[in-house]
Design a binder for this molecule. Structure first.
Ligand code: OAD
Length: 299
């Protein structure tokens, strides 16, 4: 056996505290999928869609890779043959565990895509304007924030600010820019009176045109050609923590099996396409994936 393809889904990050999509505490609770994960939803209510993904991006700073991510990173480091780990997840836990041979077929929370120039780039912090209310400093007694008109007529008072990395943005890449007026608080710290906050493309400077680089329903997943080639060549296909409800990923097992691969699923419950697999291992990814990786590397 030389060539392995691994498909991961939300279940691989569940033990890190990232909610799955279709579980009882699923992320879609309170949101119909068509309200937050379609291009039409973004056209209709960009603030809602940005708020949804801003919250998920912020959550990444509070979670860590688990034993399943670590085991797959070990497989990547030690497997001498071909390996491709395809994830449907938009979190960054595989790369934080050290995995290199990785494809994000549904995009990444920590990337932005400019609808004006088409560029994609890393993005930290929030993207939507509403989320910035959270960083508005308390008004300082005796000082009032300028109105938009006043700011237009006083350009010298406009500042770009420095915030911690999880604040409104500040990476040299994409960012949410905060414009306001510097004020001195009673504690002596300089803060910014936030009057306006916008997202700006780091490539073309277009304002408010950056969307999350996430593949929404009705859009084409990334790298399908490369994934298909790997599926047709692999001897072993392993699906971990995915319900098998969303195509094209749900059909990978059929391609791999048709082309001769041994197919294994590791999931908390049998997936919708369970009967396509030669082997189902039912249980937690954090326990079963390290065992499976040990077996593969020992064989
Ligand atoms: P789902 O939420 O549909 O499925 C997660 C699966 O993981 C379920 O079958 C759970 O039983 C299983 N699971 C939960 N905890 C587990 C654990 N600790 N160990 C092992 N398995 C566990 O998530 P996905 O199949 O990844 O697309 O969803 C596929 C796509 O649907 C997502 O990528 C997303 C969504 O719409 C986009 O955002 C484009």
């Amino acid at each position: 056996m030389r060539n392995i393809v691994v498909l991961t889904g939300a279940g691989v990050s569940a033990e890190s505290g990232v909610a799955t999509f279709r579980g009882p505490d699923g992320l879609w609770e309170g949101h119909r999928v068509e309200d937050v994960a379609t291009p039409h939803a973004f056209e209709r209510d960009p603030a809602l869609v940005h708020a949804f993904y801003d919250a998920r991006r912020a959550k990444l700073g509070t979670v860590e890779p688990n034993g399943a991510h670590a085991a797959l990173a070990r497989l990547d480091a030690e497997w001498p043959g071909e390996l491709l780990i395809v994830t449907q997840n938009v979190d960054d836990l595989h790369e934080r565990a050290g995995t290199k041979r990785l494809l994000h077929m549904h995009g990444e929370l920590k990337k932005g895509w400019c609808l004006a120039c088409g560029e994609r780039f890393p993005w930290d912090g929030p993207m939507g304007e509403n989320s910035l209310n959270a960083v508005r400093p308390e008004p300082v007694e005796g000082l009032s924030f300028f109105s938009n008109e006043q700011r237009k007529s006083s350009p010298s008072t406009m500042t770009k600010t420095d915030h911690p990395p999880d604040g409104p943005g500040l990476s040299s890449s994409g960012r949410t820019d905060v414009r306001g007026t510097s004020v001195r608080t009673s504690s002596g710290r300089t803060e910014v009176g936030i009057c306006e906050a916008v997202n700006i493309c780091p490539s073309c400077n277009a304002v408010g045109r950056v969307r999350p680089d996430i593949v929404w329903f009705g859009e084409m997943p990334y790298a399908m050609e490369r994934i298909d080639e790997a599926l047709m060549r692999c001897d072993l296909f392993v699906s971990i923590g995915t319900s098998g409800a969303v195509y094209p990923a749900a059909g990978f097992v059929q391609t791999a099996r048709y082309c001769g691969a041994h197919c294994v699923e590791i999931n908390l419950e049998p997936s919708l396409g369970s009967y396509f697999f030669h082997e189902s291992r039912i249980g937690k990814a954090g326990e079963l994936v390290p065992q499976w990786v040990d077996e593969v590397l020992a064989a």
